[in-house]
Design a protein around this ligand. Structure first.
Ligand code: H79
Length: 444
């Protein structure tokens, strides 16, 4: 038992379902990694980090004082909460989770707790999270705050020895990082979490914790849980630490082959190879890959939290914008087969050329031809490879009464036969969409 019971320990299954209902309906969210690391944008004193951009301070051993200097140059006048929310909406995303403070300790909000924040330490002087909260509220988009609670490289006591000592060359900690972890929790992390929960007209829908280290003991995590318990609608993930399971599993940068039956889960993945902006990372995934990810995840009962990384001006890189619009175009036609849809009835790997092994991060992504999602009276088959003549599937657990293509606005009935659960549906010669055409199988 936990030192302090969390909401998940106290609520009934029905209460839990009610709390998770909007999240399960949503299926597709926008992750935003935006912080002070956008200023160096992956490069410092002529050195380029080969790792993820938001880790630059750690990777290049930037001293605390030098890192803090970036704030004097952070003036993201190109940031528009309105445009970002409009982008999420157009992309078909139903919620946003944005970094309120990453491991570097810089708060992207108006924090009275610590002056190392976007209002007090930069020429910008405004709170982007406030604007985002207002725009999300207007647009009906849910909002979550990512908060790195278990490490903070600029707060005394907060720096975790993730890679041994902080400075690779000298082997020493930056003296500015010395201090007690308990003091850090008490004087920074917990007060800032309280601020995030109470600063704005409406409390956030999600708190997204990260990197639960062993220092996050049950007793320490319990102090955070006391705060979270004040917000009975709040959803929080499995990364608080201290043995708290939270509401969601959070596979990072991969899609588990089986999903997590009986448990809510969300794959967080980024659109290129970094979370926080790096000027030289142009390895953007194709719209086809991104849509495949969304559909694969949905077919296993999970959510897709797709990350974008705005630059130091607050602008979303154009290749990211393009891909999100393209996804939104597909969802505008086919969203019915995603939002509120449940996992496949055919087994997670049906439609694959070669089934994956296990549920852990695969070494390569196994190829597949189709994925299926489910609603009460509909089975959706997302066809990526277009079958010649007809679609054949076995062990269909429902009696099908009509088959049609979702992208055909007239929903013209397709001929089919079904015997002993074996279904064959006649298809037109060509797919209706170059990426995925959805076949609907209706039942009474
Ligand atoms: O916020 C994003 C990441 O920064 C964060 N989680 C996502 C959502 C994250 N923190 N830690 N990790 C992910 C895993 C850490 C990997 C590490 Fe490394 C390997 C840390 C040190 C070695 C990657 C490679 C970062 C620096 C070098």
């Amino acid at each position: 038992p936990h030192p302090v019971p969390a909401i998940q320990d106290k609520e009934t299954p029905a209460q839990h379902d009610a709390r998770m209902a909007w999240w399960r309906e949503a299926r597709f969210g926008m992750f935003i990694h935006w912080g002070l690391y956008a200023v160096p944008a992956g490069e410092w004193h002529g050195q380029r980090t080969t790792h993820i951009g938001e880790w630059i301070m750690n990777d290049l051993s930037i001293p605390v004082a030098d890192y803090k200097q970036f704030a004097t140059n952070f003036n993201p006048t190109g940031f528009s909460a309105h445009d970002i929310v409009a982008l999420a909406k157009d992309a078909g995303m139903k919620y946003i989770v944005i970094t309120s403070k990453h491991h570097d300790g810089f708060a992207m909000f108006d924090s009275k707790t610590d002056p190392f924040n976007i209002v007090a330490a930069t020429p910008f002087k405004k709170d982007p999270l406030r604007e985002l909260a207002e725009e999300c509220h207007k647009a009906g988009i849910r909002l979550g705050f990512y908060y790195s609670q278990a490490q903070d490289w600029t707060a005394p006591g907060g720096a975790a020895a993730v890679r041994g000592t902080h400075n690779k060359e000298t082997g020493h900690w930056d003296p500015a990082q010395d201090g007690s972890f308990d003091d850090y929790l008490k004087t920074k992390a917990i007060p800032q979490i309280k601020e995030l929960l109470s600063n704005y007209k409406t409390a956030p829908d999600i708190i997204w914790f990260d990197t639960p280290t062993s220092r996050m003991t049950p007793e320490r995590a319990a102090e955070v849980v006391k705060v979270l318990n004040q917000y009975p609608k709040l959803i929080w993930n499995n990364r608080l630490g201290g043995g708290y399971k939270g509401d969601t599993e959070t596979p990072e940068q991969y899609i588990p082959a089986q999903g997590y039956p009986g448990r809510d889960w969300e794959s967080c993945m980024t659109i290129n190879d970094t979370w926080g902006y790096k000027s030289f990372d142009t390895n953007f995934k194709s719209t086809e890959t991104l849509l495949r990810n969304l559909i694969d995840i949905t077919s296993k009962g999970g959510n897709y939290l797709l990350n974008i990384g705005p630059d130091a001006q607050g602008k979303v890189p154009e290749p990211e914008v393009e891909r999100l619009h393209a996804m939104g175009k597909w969802l505008a036609v086919n969203g019915e087969a995603v939002y509120g849809a449940k996992a496949t009835l055919f087994g997670a790997e049906a439609g694959s050329f070669a089934p994956a092994e296990g549920n852990a991060k695969p070494k390569f992504v196994p190829a597949w031809e189709w994925r299926s999602t489910t609603k009460a009276n509909r089975i959706y088959i997302h066809l990526f490879a277009w079958p010649k003549g007809s679609f054949h599937v076995e062990k269909v657990p429902r009696t099908i009464t009509k088959a049609y293509l979702l992208a055909d606005s007239s929903h013209k009935a397709l001929k089919f036969t079904q015997r002993d659960g074996v279904l064959d549906v006649s298809l037109p010669e060509k797919a209706l969409d170059p990426i995925a055409t959805v076949l609907v199988l209706e039942s009474k």
